[in-house]
Ligand binder design. Sequence first.
Ligand SMILES: O=C(O)[C@H](O)COP(=O)(O)O
Length: 206
Amino acid sequence: MTATLVLCRHGQSDWNLKNLFTGWRDPGLTEKGVAEAHEAGRRLKALGLKADIAFTSVLSRAQHTTKIILGELGQDGLETICDQALNERDYGDLSGLNKDEARVKFGEEQVHIWRRSYDVPPPGGESLKDTAARVLPYYIHRIQPQVMAGKTVLVGAHGNSLRALIMALEGLTGEEIVKRELDTGVPIVYRLNPDTTIASKQELKG
Ligand SMILES: O=C(O)[C@H](O)COP(=O)(O)O
């Protein structure tokens, strides 16, 4: 059995479309987001991939995406563990604000720092470093043991919770990971060596 870890950011959400800071708020997927999730599932199916277990956050956009992917794999009802540890970075007081309006109100540079610095949290929210501090222990204790047991593990989560995970997996610095943008509904398939290092990485983009 090959240790396989599939990471997928949820499909486009209603608030992605409206350009609102989302964080722990819970909008659903748009039609496009639903279509992206189906496409993600079809691409994984085309690889001949079957999941043994899935993990997702407690937010509906990630759960819905994961469910759609499993449906495309012919695996409706597969054991799926939902945990708050995989939630999007909490955007605090910015949650619900329009990203362009926030730039006008707080300045382009400040908003960029809140969105793409590693350790500066937005007011009342989490930095990427704070997000990593909850995502990584969950990965190490709950997800990685499943992968290293030779299973194929699907993780349906969020732009920033997945960034935190990718940073650790790929051994990136805080500076490197904040430059990495994750598209909605694009699965990344990692095959891992027995020592947990990456044997191969494949991004299933159109
Ligand atoms: O929570 C959000 O608003 C998005 O999912 C991610 O936002 P970002 O692109 O500002 O990191």
